[in-house]
Design a protein around this ligand. Structure first.
Ligand SMILES: [Zn+2]
Length: 247
């Protein structure tokens, strides 16, 4: 009789701990809100800048988890960034496996394929955050600036159609700042090119436009500064202005 009471006490304790464990797991895998996702990336970039990166979610336990779980349960940001080897998103935001859904292309332009990948990130991976990330000293943007100044480079067959996407933003900046210092001019063009990518994305993808407009996700532009390692964020209102303009 005594034994059976002890057994039942043990059993109820076991059930309690088991359920607590399940609940904790549920909390652990819950996706962050868009605001929280921005904060996670800001904190990660700060750790990176301070040389205190923790390289989270980078071990074999995460690999095994990724093998059996859907990334839609974990990834919290879709990021369109440049292919430039100096700007690896997972590292500069101190993130790991199944954290960010990344699309990389020279000049972080947004053509049909990039818009399709972004749609996948937002609607299938269900990330609550979309970022278009430009960076200082972007070679693709710089090439367009130089070409407009009369120092055109000879490119291989497929590159011109890509840089065509960067031309409108460079033209706007150069036309309204004819005497600007070269470095400042390039910085402005990089920022304007992020805006251009948002504009092209919103034209290509009405579904993305609706999602941003409804407030279900947050969309932000940002610029990575190669000289400091810091990501500088553009104002949230900027993206909404572009969205209004497209509509
Ligand atoms: Zn670049």
């Amino acid at each position: 009789m005594k034994l059976s009471r002890a057994f039942y006490s043990f059993l109820s304790l076991f059930v309690m701990f088991y359920l607590t464990g399940l609940f904790a797991d549920e909390i652990k895998t819950e996706k962050p809100s868009s605001e929280k996702a921005v904060q996670i990336l800001k904190d990660g970039n700060e750790r990176f800048v301070q040389g205190q990166g923790t390289h989270p979610h980078s071990g074999m336990d995460r690999v095994f988890l990724a093998n059996k779980e859907s990334q839609a349960k974990y990834a919290y940001a879709t990021i369109l960034s440049c292919s430039d080897s100096r700007v690896p998103p997972e590292i500069i935001f101190d993130t790991g496996i199944m954290d960010i859904f990344v699309i990389r292309i020279a000049g972080n332009i947004s053509n049909t394929d990039e818009a399709a990948s972004i749609e996948y990130g937002l609607f299938n991976v269900k990330t609550p955050l979309l970022i278009i990330l430009g960076h200082s000293q972007c070679g693709a943007v710089s090439a367009v600036v130089q070409a407009k100044k009369g120092h055109a480079q000879k490119f291989e067959k497929n590159i011109p159609s890509l840089v065509d996407f960067i031309k409108p933003s460079v033209k706007r900046v150069m036309d309204s700042n004819p005497n600007m210092d070269e470095q400042k001019l390039l910085d402005l063009c990089v920022e304007e090119n992020v805006c251009q990518s948002f504009e092209n994305l919103f034209i290509e993808s009405p579904a993305t436009r609706e999602l941003v407009k409804s407030g279900k996700i947050k969309a932000l532009g940002a610029i990575y500064d190669l000289s400091t390692g810091r990501v500088n964020w553009l104002s949230e209102g900027k993206v909404m202005q572009i969205l209004d303009k497209v509509e």
